[in-house]
Write a protein that binds this ligand. Sequence first.
Ligand code: GAP
Length: 462
Amino acid sequence: MPAPDLDTIVSLAKRRGFIFPAAEIYGGFANAYDYGPLGVELKRNIREAWWRSMVRERDDVVGLDASLMTNPQVWVASGHVANFTDPLVDCKSCHQRFRLDHLEEGIYGEVRRDASGALRCPNDGGELTEPRQFNMMFKTQVGPVPDEASVAYLPPETAQGIFINFENVVSSMRRKLPFGVAQSRVSFRNEITPGRFVFRTLEFEQMEMEYFCRPPKDRANPEEYLSLYRAWVQERLRWYTDVIGIDPARLRLREHTREELSHYSAGTTDIEYLFPWGWGELEGVAARTDFDLTQHAQLSGHPLTYFDEETNEHVVPWVVEPAAGLTRTLAVTLLEAYTEEPDEKGDNRVVLKLRPNIAPVKVAVLPLSKNEKLRPTARRVYDLLRPLWLAQYDETQSIGRRYRRQDEIGTPLCVTVDFQTVGEEGQPGDDAVTIRERDSQAQVRVPMAGLVEALRDRLGGC
Ligand code: GAP
């Protein structure tokens, strides 16, 4: 099925408690969103799937959670203070401000030009000012006196927290090259272009890993290093298809051209997704060489080296960085999972076909009706399942409507308690319940004693 349009997803996300526009009661706030009860679970599950693949299932990667607020010199060394800028232009008549590259890409609407080919305002065709460089970091102040010494920055990426802790990790964890350090947390960028839902926001979550490798013998010919970088590109692509369940036909790799690469980079490949508006970046895998460690060593005066016991020398490791967007992946997950299909009555059935490992609610317990006789047993089943999985209990409205509601939020399994379960008119019940599968809508009756195992099998062990 082709991916749905964005409005369909935005509306479902709000209606079903995944994502709300930020500060809606005050008229909203551009490029900011709040994650609702189901959104926060979905986000946690995607992060957990990443952490599992990158840290838990590997023996060469460890985790980190560095302070968001940190010494501003970190951002001087990383180059963000000087270079983390975008070119902005203003319309001389309507005074709206645009990012020049986004204007050229048509993100603000139709690209307008005058007779000489110069770009014009997409709103009113007005003349534009010369571009000015605008730093995308948010500045803040630490302490009571607002002066130069109190300036701090909200982090625009998670990576630098890893580089500045390189030595701490090496000495405390006794790591041998190659090894990685992974971190997932919030980052901030002063984005001025309307963000297309959570694709581009002021505050977003990243999942980044810095993989430290032995430096090449010949800087100009780092073949072994580049093959590690290419292996990470493939491994990350595999994660999106095999773990998150993204259709490979809507993923592609785009290698940066020489002109796009930063001067220190030996290569960058974006993993792109085919969004409703076209291809867009989901993750960047970058061969960052020894740039960051060298920069921090120079500015801090603290050598950031690794003692290589094989060669008996101190070396500065080279780095491969797979940098993914958690909240962007969440948007893709919703786009990919959304399906509409006719049900047995010919009505439209909306189903979020989320993989069980990332579905927010794993199982819903639904008594056939609100009847008093069913409730105690249904509550008992709910109490049995709640410690194991995020479960929902629902007895309002018809059973058909309740199935639809669970389909729409991606719950893989429903458990129904009916009169056969509890017995009727003096007859004993069979103490069995019905498991209903979301995608096939198949129903199977299982004894209550084997329910947990039957659910576990169907949820693939999660
Ligand atoms: N440390 C490298 C780095 O930060 P990046 O390509 O700027 O690289 C990595 O960011 C990922 O973070 C992107 O591929 C994207 O998924 C996500 N990302 C970046 N800016 C974002 C924004 N404003 N809103 C949502 N996600 C964003």
